[in-house]
Ligand binder design. Sequence first.
Ligand code: SF4
Length: 398
Amino acid sequence: MKASAEIDDILQRGAGGGRITSEEALLLYTDAPFHALGEAADAVRRRRYPDGIVTYLIDRNINYTNVCVTACKFCAFYRAPKHAEGWTHPTEEILRRCGEAVALGATQVMLQGGHHPDYGVEYYEELFSAVKAAYPQLAIHSIGPSEILHMAKVSGVSIEDAIVRIKAAGLDSIAGAGAEMLPDRPRKAIAPLKESGARWLDVMEAAHRLGIQSTATMMMGTGETNAERIEHLAMIRDVQDRTGGFRAFIPWTYQPENNHLKGRTQASTVEYLRLIAVARIFFHNVAHLQASWLTTGKEAGQLSLHMGVDDLGSIMLEENVISSAGARHRSNLHELIWMIRSAGRIPAQRDTLYRHLAVHRTPEEDPRDDRVVSHFSSIALPGGGAGTRIELPLVDSK
Ligand code: SF4
């Protein structure tokens, strides 16, 4: 069979909802014509979501500490223990930020931080239960397998015990943070002190079995091969076959500033868009695919809506981790809705479970709130810094 006929056959099968192999996914990634690949991925999206709805979320990423013992080479956010720029936020400050987020319509918080040497399960129990007690309407979609492994080690308990305890304290679902690249070679090259990709997936699988769902992420652009990118997808799909616990897949691109890798390699926009499309076809068993406009830019984010994406993610009332490494794209409620509508889709605000909270079928139905804007305190921005105090504009600007 000629390569082009073989590619056509795979695209047709994938577009029709059939399962494709890792080898076939790699062939599509490297050789499929760009438009044919995008069209097949979009066909999968249309079949899954025939109503044409693309969702977005209002949430706030709140960081409790930048102190971390893991020293990932791509990370611009962390500071080693005892570093002069290390900080921790008291629970009151985290609650203050949650309160601001609620006032602006947020439905979710993503609590993230470094692997602080003193933070065991008890710390997370107190944090999550305090947030849940003060703001029961906020979904706590937070941390990742790396934090769970770290807290279990600090407290001397099993992974399962740690998961059960933080779930009881209020954790609703696990963010896919820390996946970066799951295959061994690229993972060791960029995060030698982090757990293996297999271990990261073990924790996700344990959480899924204990009733906590999650998302899965991927960071592209730190020198991994095309085959390793597809291997990353395959590792996630294998777990999903057993648990069904991944709600969404969210690839994003490595940001080059203020970290040890110094941007020697980066993923291009086309590489990103091709990966998005292949993921939509390959993940016949993952419901949602989210674009990362924060790292790829708003144009690429909008283009991804034609490559199979059904979710544009969050406005991010606050983000400090990826923006510290140079991601400077910001947006707001009006613009995110406009990006979706002008791509020919119907915008809808969703919650953490992907339920539609408000469908904006016509521009007249669009919500108007100029305060719902992205805020960063990134060290990559003038006057910014990981510990910068962010206060959101709660006074109506109109
Ligand atoms: S990515 Fe996370 S684990 Fe790695 S150094 Fe940064 S804060 Fe620490």
